[in-house]
Design a binder for this molecule. Structure first.
Ligand SMILES: [Zn+2]
Length: 165
């Protein structure tokens, strides 16, 4: 994984709304709380384009019965629709829990420039914890990964295993 502050990153510069990584993660945490209240895993994701939020989604696997309805995938789909483009190169994806293989794969396909993570997922994280797809040189796109290490009050409820025994 690349060092988050090895070089200046234009993608991390605040946009017109001045939203920074921590702001985005705070919004994602709100979506995570809503998801948990609705019976899903407490995981939320936000996509921002040049500092402006274009999508916010929570986990919906349990509610929708769709195994691919992870917060990050849903947020990426909404962002692509909002921007009328599948290429999200100038976007930041902020997720409360480190994206899994599917979500990291989706972010790579969308050419997301940067992923901001609230908590590492030692069991299923694919941005450097369990697997590192985000900077795999065999793939055609690498994503900058920043871990804020922000422990939310969501605690163990953010675990997918806790939500789906
Ligand atoms: Zn996922």
């Amino acid at each position: 994984m690349r060092a988050p502050d090895a070089r200046p990153d234009p993608a991390s510069a605040p946009g017109p709304e001045g939203l920074l990584d921590d702001d985005l993660l705070g919004l994602a945490a709100g979506a995570a709380r809503d998801a948990a209240a609705a019976g899903d895993a407490a995981i939320g994701a936000v996509v921002a384009h040049r500092g402006v939020v274009v999508s916010t989604r929570g986990e919906e696997v349990v509610r929708s019965g769709d195994p691919t309805a992870h917060a990050a995938v849903l947020a990426l789909r909404d962002a692509a629709a909002a921007l009328s483009s599948w290429r999200l190169l100038d976007c930041v994806l902020a997720v409360t829990l480190e994206p899994c293989v599917m979500c990291t794969g989706a972010a790579i396909l969308a050419r997301v420039g940067r992923v901001v993570i609230g908590e590492r997922d030692a069991l299923g994280g694919a941005c450097g914890s369990r697997i590192d797809l985000a900077s795999d040189p065999r793939l055609n796109h690498a994503i900058e990964v920043v871990v804020l290490g922000r422990r939310t009050e969501l605690g163990r409820r953010s675990s997918r295993r806790a939500a789906r025994p």
